[in-house]
Design a protein around this ligand. Structure first.
Ligand SMILES: Nc1ncnc2c1ncn2[C@@H]1O[C@H](COP(=O)(O)OP(=O)(O)O)[C@@H](O)[C@H]1O
Ligand SMILES: [Mg+2]
Length: 604
């Protein structure tokens, strides 16, 4: 096992920094562009202030830019050449546009890099997490972490975090400028800020809960729809259309109601917040006018002040929303961090294996105190065939998972060629063991691709050979496009037996020295079953084979047979020995061979 971050776990902030690698530089560039926009937008009121007071009026030029005005040619020169001021304003506008463009472009670009890194990191990490991790998490939940949680974080970084920098900068600058102009008026303006931020923060916390509830209920609604569509056969066959429609309608009404309530809450908030902002603006106009009248403020200063205040109010209103969204991003970071903090399997080098398979006192439990396998001991000599017979739930599949290193035994040891499998790397183990599962999973693609899946550079002849050995070549040649026939969700639907045989062909193509058939002939008729086993005998002579089944005639020709019952070995021996014993095997044998011919292939 390998830890990605040896010896430490990523915190939420650590996760964010880890994901930001590669895009941080571009994000910083976009923050700088944003800062330049802020500075430029603060210059405009200054120019207007100067124009109104000193160019149009007769106030003295303020010390801050007296030098600049003299360099241009003095106030007198500017009075006769007003175009210079117009050009300065236009220049500011053009530069603002250019930097705004740069900021938006850089933010989007950085966000794309960030998203790509996040997706790649998560996906490759998930590929390497052990099966036990995947089993503990629901697929839907994992996908949600990779999509909507990743979106939340990227949205937070690209919109909120960067806005936060911009807003803080804008607030800082406009407050400084305002205090420099008139401290008393600035104090009035800032007295409102805590209320505006506080109100919007509390509101957004509340509305977020509502949005979350809406999301959840939307999930329920789409689950109802999805279950209905995927189970359309059952719905029609049992005449449940009406019931399904009612169920959908009830949920739909509830969901719509929730949205209406949320929208009402939003409307209330925006109106109240607008009122609050208006009162703030009005207080400044009133107080400012009073100051103007009694001479402590110039007209130009008041105009500039109102400009700054307008610039200040909107970001302040956003601040509450951003702060309240931070906790949401925190939750998503935690969920993604949980994936990144999972310990990866260390695949190691591929080596070839040979020798006997040995189980020594193996026990296993998925959940503590509920043994699924206990005291399993047997040996499969190299090159021989072991049959395992057992009913559903007797632990047959679990046994193969242990052998393939997907889970570690809770008791005892498993050896291959005298080596403990816990000391063999997963890469070695899995490249030597060909595991055929009951349900040969089909990926979207051609049937040829599905067979060649696990082998790089398999030739057409190899694929055909494997298909022949798995007795599926006849079916494939019957398809309109042969091996190029598209199968899976958008293509030809394969029957259970065909899927199983594709799975078998896929594994046989790998030519591994160990072959395990885990109930992988269950949906295949007895004759094909026998034909596949005959092919194995002929083509895979040296292979060590374990055939698992609940069907006697699949295992009866094996060199040794184990009967598994309730996670324990009930009896073992050759077919003849077991029949002689007259135990479980014998009774299953009698049962299956007394069946009428046409039912012999079926399940017990
Ligand atoms: N991931 C799991 N978590 C908990 N219990 C499991 C899990 N997988 C299988 N089991 C339980 O282990 C027992 C053996 O399952 P399995 O090995 O699949 O049996 P078989 O392949 O013989 O049908 C069953 O009782 C099953 O419910
Ligand atoms: Mg099974």
């Amino acid at each position: 096992m390998k830890e990605v971050f040896p010896g430490r776990k990523l915190s939420k902030r650590g996760t964010l920094f880890y994901l930001l690698r590669g895009s941080a530089g571009v994000f910083i560039a976009s923050i700088i562009a944003g800062a330049l926009v802020t500075v430029l937008s603060l210059l405009v009121p200054e120019i207007i202030n100067f124009t109104v007071d000193s160019v149009l009026g007769n106030e003295p030029v303020s010390d801050g830019y007296a030098g600049l005005v003299t360099a241009i040619g003095g106030v007198g020169y500017l009075k006769e050449n007003l175009w210079i001021i117009a050009v300065a304003l236009l220049g500011c506008a053009l530069l603002t546009a250019a930097f705004t463009y740069a900021r938006m472009f850089l933010t989007t670009y950085a966000n794309q890099i960030f998203m790509r890194r996040t997706r790649d990191t998560l996906f490759s990490h998930l590929q390497r997490l052990p099966l036990s991790w995947h089993v503990q998490h629901r697929t839907g939940d994992i996908i949600q972490r990779c999509t909507s949680d990743a979106d939340t974080i990227s949205n937070f970084v690209a919109n909120q975090l960067i806005s936060l920098f911009r807003i803080l900068l804008l607030m800082l600058f406009s407050l400084v400028f305002m205090f420099m102009k008139n401290a008393r008026l600035a104090a009035i303006a800032s007295a409102f800020i805590p209320f505006i931020v506080g109100y919007s923060f509390i509101f957004h916390l509340r509305v977020r809960k509502r949005f979350k509830k809406c999301d959840e209920e939307e999930g329920v609604l789409s689950t109802i729809a999805q279950e209905n569509f995927t189970g359309v056969r059952v719905v029609r066959a049992f005449g449940r259309e009406r019931y399904e429609r009612d169920r959908f309608e009830t949920q739909n009404t509830y969901y719509t109601g929730l949205w209406t309530k949320t929208m009402r809450l939003l409307a209330t908030f925006w109106t109240t917040a607008d009122c609050l902002a208006s009162v703030q603006g009005l207080s400044i106009v009133v107080a400012g006018t009073v100051f103007c009248v009694n001479g402590s403020l110039t007209t130009g200063e008041l105009i500039a002040f109102i400009f700054y205040n307008t610039m200040l109010v909107w970001p302040v209103r956003q601040l509450g929303r951003i702060i309240s969204n931070m906790s949401k991003a925190g939750v998503s970071l935690g969920r993604i961090g949980e994936i990144l903090n999972g310990t990866e399997e260390d695949y190691g080098e591929k080596q070839s294996l040979s020798g006997d398979i040995e189980f020594k006192g193996v026990g296993f439990e998925y959940e503590k105190g509920k043994p699924v396998l206990s005291d399993i001991s047997f040996t499969v000599p190299e090159g021989s065939v072991l049959g395992i017979l057992g009913g559903t739930g007797s632990g047959k599949s679990t046994l193969t998972y242990l052998l393939d290193g997907l889970y570690a035994p809770t008791k005892g040891e498993i050896y291959i060629g005298g080596k403990r499998i816990s000391e063999i790397s997963p890469a070695t183990l899995r490249s030597n063991i060909g595991l055929m599962l009951q349900d040969g999973h089909i990926y979207s693609g051609t049937i040829g691709e599905n067979i060649a899946l696990a082998v790089d550079g398999a030739t057409e002849a190899d694929i055909k050979q494997a298909a022949k050995e798995a007795c599926i070549d006849g079916n494939i040649e019957g398809f309109a496009n042969g091996y190029d026939t598209v199968v899976g969700e958008r293509g030809v639907t394969l029957s259970g037996g065909q899927k199983q045989r594709v799975g078998i062909a896929r594994t046989l193509l790998r030519k591994t020295p160990y072959l395990i058939f885990d109930d992988s002939l269950s949906a295949v008729d007895s004759e094909t079953d026998a034909a596949i086993r005959a092919n194995l005998n002929e083509k895979f002579k040296g292979a060590t084979v374990i055939i698992i089944s609940h069907r006697i005639n699949t295992v009866m020709h094996a060199d040794n047979i184990i009967v598994l019952d309730g996670g324990k070995i009930a009896e073992s021996g050759t077919n003849a020995e077991l029949l002689e014993k007259g135990g479980i095997y014998k009774s299953i044998y009698d049962l299956q061979f007394q069946l009428p011919d046409e039912l012999k292939g079926g399940a017990v």
